[in-house]
Design a binder for this molecule. Structure first.
Ligand SMILES: NC(=O)c1ccc[n+]([C@@H]2O[C@H](COP(=O)([O-])OP(=O)(O)OC[C@H]3O[C@@H](n4cnc5c(N)ncnc54)[C@H](O)[C@@H]3O)[C@@H](O)[C@H]2O)c1
Length: 319
């Protein structure tokens, strides 16, 4: 297949690119390198075989001609920083919603068959049902990032119903692993490199969330994509996460253990109500993956195993 991956030079996108290339597809990566890194896709760029990289911003429209003849789009470009979305809503609106709209217009214009969208657990807000199933209502995001993801989902579903593009919306839990440049593990390692005796933790450390290793995330994504390609999914939503969760304090313990630091003083910065890390931080997140498992897929690593493996990978790659 001829496939476009937006955000394909980023963390999750580049792992997806590797797997789609291994499957023999022809790939076009569109990325503005705002948080992505060309090094993540270096081996494909230099081989030039079945691969092209377009440095472009989805907020513009200069890239749309590259969508001609494309069979499927994996839309992974976004500003992934949940925290900054409460500080600069317009930026997030443009980067996470206007970009999606521009992409959908190109999908419509070139009559592309499939779209896969990287949505997020943040669409559920503070769910009262845990584990949270896809059918949970009302969807009340508490961050601008989550609101943009939910609005993008709505746009995609409507384009699907109106114009016939098959769509797969994936609500990921926290994805961790090598090449990641944001998120809790990366943040802890960065802080501990600066001061190995003390670790500042945002919130009360009792926040509990579900984590998935990037290899599992990519494997689930391609598993569901194949089901869509075989004609069993027309316009559907799946949670992509783990069976369990882990607290922030436990993550801090694993990271310090993997860095071999001995006793580290944890300093909790509790500035937000109810022990949250920042405005818009969902304190408890565990997605139900019953629907995903019903398709015959299960994660290889638990949340704690994913965090430990990601810590090892990130410590190794940290400069
Ligand atoms: N990592 C997670 O835990 C997680 C969880 C849920 C959802 N997601 C979603 O998965 C996707 C990938 O996230 P990630 O963690 O790999 O982040 P990332 O920052 O590594 O990747 C995002 C990529 O998009 C590119 N990009 C951003 N704005 C762009 C624009 N306007 N035009 C073109 N390219 C642009 C960036 O340069 C980067 O390469 C995002 O949509 C994110 O919201 C991630």
């Amino acid at each position: 297949m001829r496939i476009v991956v937006t955000g394909g030079a980023g963390f999750l996108g580049s792992h997806l690119v590797d797997a789609l290339m291994d499957d023999g597809n022809e790939l076009i990566v569109i990325d503005n390198l705002s948080t992505g890194n060309i090094a993540n896709i270096k081996r494909h760029v230099s081989s030039q075989e079945r691969f092209s990289f377009i440095e472009a911003d989805l907020k513009d429209s200069h890239w749309t001609s590259h969508m001609k003849g494309v069979d499927a789009v994996f839309h992974y470009a976004a500003n992934p920083d949940v925290r900054s979305s409460s500080v600069d809503p317009r930026k997030h609106f443009e980067e996470n919603l206007v970009s999606t709209f521009n992409l959908l217009e190109a999908v419509r214009r070139y009559d592309i068959d499939y779209i896969v969208f990287a949505s997020s657990s943040t669409v559920y807000g503070e769910a009262r049902e845990i584990p949270t199933p896809e059918s949970y209502h009302p969807l009340e995001p508490i961050s601008i990032y989550g609101a943009c993801k939910l609005s993008s989902e709505n746009l995609i579903s409507t384009y699907s119903r109106l114009y016939g593009v098959r769509s797969l919306i994936l609500r990921y839990a926290n994805v961790v692993g090598r090449r990641s440049t944001h998120g809790i593990i990366f943040d802890f390692i960065r802080k501990l490199k600066l001061n190995p005796r003390e670790l500042e933790i945002l919130g009360d450390g009792k926040q509990k969330k579900s984590y998935l290793h990037v290899d599992d995330a990519v494997s689930a994504t391609l598993h569901l994509f194949r089901i869509m390609r075989d004609g069993y999914i027309r316009n559907d939503v799946y949670n992509v996460g783990n069976d369990d969760w882990i607290s922030v304090r436990e993550i801090a313990r694993i990271v310090t253990e993997e860095m071999d630091l001995g006793d580290v003083k944890f300093v909790f910065r509790e500035r937000e109500p109810e022990g949250r890390g920042w405005p818009g931080d969902v304190k408890y997140m565990l997605l139900s993956i019953t629907k995903l498992k019903g398709t015959g897929w299960s994660p290889e690593l638990s949340s704690a195993e994913a965090v430990r493996r990601a810590s090892k990978e990130l410590i190794q790659g940290f400069r």
